[in-house]
Design a protein. Structure first.
Length: 381
């Protein structure tokens, strides 16, 4: 049965426990209100919980300073492929009405500022269809449509669908910019990442691509570690914690359900990012990843493969390297080779045969490995 929630249903909700079809959450207590919460604060609701969110004439009562957070909270509580319908004022159409009137009356002021019959019933924000699409897309929604409300042309209905994890990643990328190794890594990873929510995820090298940010928006509890400051600290999800440090010098209180490292491990210990070099940084990283995972936890990682090479900036792994330096005592669940540079007829991001991948003389081929922690095996190097 679909799980529904209404935000701001008041005394006459469409969904509620009393009606037997969902939950009604409002800012004020009442006979048909199931939960009370402040819409300008994080909602006291679990992530990825609801199939459908309904909110009628609530958005305009949320401060414009908090509107992006409120939309992100709607996104957070929806399941993948969940849908939100938000009915709200259309300030653009309201402005057209006012501009075309030679004389205003009190009803016009009510349209813009709200009824003001109690303290919460005032308009603190409003938006145009274009702004609505932009803000919902920025929150991560895969598709957003805005249509006029038939009963009143100065109001509008926003229909937004969360989409799958892969669609969420695509919504944060400009397809015209998909010509880089990191993009290929991220999209291949997004196709294979399969962890239940809520899970606790650590990303090593969480700086040059937005995987941590998107995973947090998807409802995972995410920690990111990188030598460099995070590229964008503005509007970070509340469930994303960034640590500026070398992963190998960190210790964590609780084990992670999954650890992600995209085009990262091949650099560790070489000093390419200004850190003091140290020997076998990749081996040390995999040993510490093993320690930081819970029993049965998974690792999602990408590294370049081909003819063995160690440069001042990166390592290229042959089959023997992968076995002894990366896989170690982990169990391999998935192996996928793809192009990170042009390989004959293969373009960036295309899957390539294993044989072709290991014939490369530089970092033109990459492998995605999904590994699982297995306590019953000793390291064999």
């Amino acid at each position: 049965m679909a799980k529904n929630i209404e935000l701001g249903g008041g005394a006459c909700p469409q969904f509620s426990k009393k009606l037997g079809n969902g939950i009604n959450l409002d800012i004020r207590a009442g006979e048909n209100v199931d939960m009370v919460a402040n819409f300008e604060e994080p909602l006291p609701l679990p992530s990825n919980e609801y199939d459908f969110v309904l909110s009628k004439f609530v958005l305009e009562h949320v401060s414009w300073r908090k509107i992006s957070q409120f939309i992100s909270e709607i996104y957070r509580i929806l399941k993948p492929n969940g849908k939100a319908i938000i009915i709200t004022a259309n300030l653009l159409e309201q402005a057209k009405v006012l501009v075309n009137k030679s004389a205003w009356d009190l009803n016009d002021l009510c349209m813009v500022f709200g009824d003001l019959d109690y303290s919460e019933n005032s308009h603190k924000s409003s938006m145009s269809p274009e702004l609505a699409v932009r803000l919902f897309k920025e929150a991560g929604f895969a598709t957003v449509d805005v249509v006029p409300l038939p009963q009143c042309k100065t109001d509008m209905t926003i229909q937004a669908i969360k989409g799958t994890l892969l669609e969420m990643f695509k919504s944060h990328y400009n397809p015209k910019e998909y010509h880089h190794t990191s993009d290929a890594d991220v999209f291949t990873f997004a196709q294979e990442f399969n962890e239940p929510t809520p899970s606790t995820v650590l990303e090593i090298g969480a700086n040059d691509e937005p995987a941590s940010n998107i995973l947090a928006l998807a409802g995972y509890t995410v920690f990111g570690a990188d030598l460099k400051p995070y590229m964008n600290r503005v509007n970070l999800p509340l469930n994303f914690t960034f640590i500026q440090a070398d992963f190998n010098f960190l210790r964590f209180d609780s084990p992670f359900d999954a650890i992600v490292a995209l085009s990262t491990i091949e650099h560790i210990g070489l000093g390419a990012y200004g850190e003091t070099p140290y020997a076998d940084g990749d081996i040390l990283t995999m040993e510490n990843v093993y320690k930081a995972l819970r029993n049965g936890g998974k690792v999602y990682l990408t590294v370049p493969v081909g003819i063995h090479q160690v440069s001042p900036d990166w390592r290229v792994y042959d089959k023997n390297d992968l076995k002894h330096r990366i896989v170690g005592r982990f169990t391999i669940l998935k192996t996928r080779y793809f192009a990170s540079g042009r390989i004959g007829a293969y373009d960036i991001g295309d899957d390539v045969p294993e044989e072709a991948a290991f014939q490369q003389t530089g970092p033109n081929a990459t492998v995605l490995l999904v590994l699982q922690k297995n306590n019953d095996q000793e390291i064999k190097r």
